[in-house]
Design a protein around this ligand. Sequence first.
Ligand SMILES: Cc1cc2nc3c(=O)[nH]c(=O)nc-3n(C[C@H](O)[C@H](O)[C@H](O)COP(=O)(O)OP(=O)(O)OC[C@H]3O[C@@H](n4cnc5c(N)ncnc54)[C@H](O)[C@@H]3O)c2cc1C
Length: 273
Amino acid sequence: MHDTAPLSDAVDAATHIPAGVYAETVTEVQHYTDRLFRFRIIRPAAFRFRSGEFVMIGLPNAERPVYRAYSIASPSWDEEIEFFSIKVPGGPLTEHLQRIRVGDTVLMRKKPTGTLVLDALLPGKRVYMFSTGTGIAPFASLVRDPETYEKFDEVILTHTCREVAELEYGVELVRKLMDDELVGDLARAQLRHYPTVTREPYPVMGRTTELMASGKLFANLGVPPIGPQDDRGMICGSMAMLRDTREALEGYGLIEGSNAQPGSFVVERAFVD
Ligand SMILES: Cc1cc2nc3c(=O)[nH]c(=O)nc-3n(C[C@H](O)[C@H](O)[C@H](O)COP(=O)(O)OP(=O)(O)OC[C@H]3O[C@@H](n4cnc5c(N)ncnc54)[C@H](O)[C@@H]3O)c2cc1C
């Protein structure tokens, strides 16, 4: 989702910030690789969202800032907003965004949206969250939300990357979550993390679609193959990953849902190819 601020946006004369946009301070920045980093901003007091939704963000570095869609990686109860970001060489937003520091300002449009929300899924026993690359971001929000564990007995977070270093955000997230005061007990009892790598040696190698087709994923996790009665899915990755995973889930008899019509799996692009 690509966007520049429409010319009709009324701009506050004192701050030069368009109406409909928050300007918030960066509180933390952490780089993982030369392609990945995360950052946190102060959460505007009036900003409400559902865990798993995305929002448009930009930088106050131009008269008409470039806005890009970003999944909110923090849960809906958090006092800060977290994002997990790619660094695209020459990317209109991320070539600047990757240089932000604590104390800088990030612009965030006021209206969150998205389909990777608990409301779009029918009740079930187990929810799979399938992600590649930065597609883990909406699930970083959902696995930190107690409601996810109220709705499902078992939460399986899969994260596939080309290189081992690209898994670090998810590994660190899950490690911290296990000790979290609010959600730690639930996560220890109900969350399973299943990281896989495609281009380097790693304990589990390959795409989740291949690992499901071979049965290895289910054997590793000690769960039965996916079925429409008990299992629900959420998918976030590249277009090719969405297509393959959607096909696999449909093959198991799951039906795609939306906010308007909840189903047994939901899908969102992690970026526009
Ligand atoms: C619903 C939605 C949610 C998104 N959530 C996130 C998020 O949480 N974190 C995030 O980093 N990006 C996310 N994106 C992508 C984001 O909107 C931008 O594309 C990205 O920040 C790069 O911006 P840019 O202006 O630098 O380059 P762009 O001009 O936007 O992108 C240039 C090219 O870089 C590649 N690319 C862009 N984003 C990614 C990515 N995340 N991973 C791999 N390759 C990519 C694509 O090939 C793209 O054509 C999301 C996109 C959508 C549609």
